[in-house]
Write a new protein. Structure first.
Length: 94
């Protein structure tokens, strides 16, 4: 059995200029963990997923009134969590 034999040939994806809300809606409505980010030429740029959403939400939740009381599970600094370069890492495909 190969990956090609079980893959989704037309996966849901987001474009680099799609709003975060579009990606979040796809993730929540379809229970996806990750969505590929594909440019206008069909090239894979990276992944947007649940962890990306958490990186956006956790800094706010950690500092807001009545927000998260326990954040020991976060290993990144707040600066790391606010760094937009960490949202969609670029990986080359073989």
């Amino acid at each position: 059995m190969t990956a090609a034999s079980v893959m989704d040939p037309k996966p849901t994806y987001v474009k680099p200029d799609d709003l975060i809300g579009v990606a979040a809606r796809h993730i929540m409505e379809n229970r996806y963990r990750n969505l590929p980010v594909i440019d206008e030429d069909g090239r894979y740029l990276g992944v947007f997923g649940v962890n990306c959403l958490l990186r956006l939400i956790l800094p706010k939740a950690a500092v807001m009134d009545k927000g998260l009381e326990e954040v020991s599970f976060i290993h990144e600094t707040l600066a790391d969590l606010h760094d937009p370069r960490q949202l969609v890492p670029h990986r080359s495909l073989p």
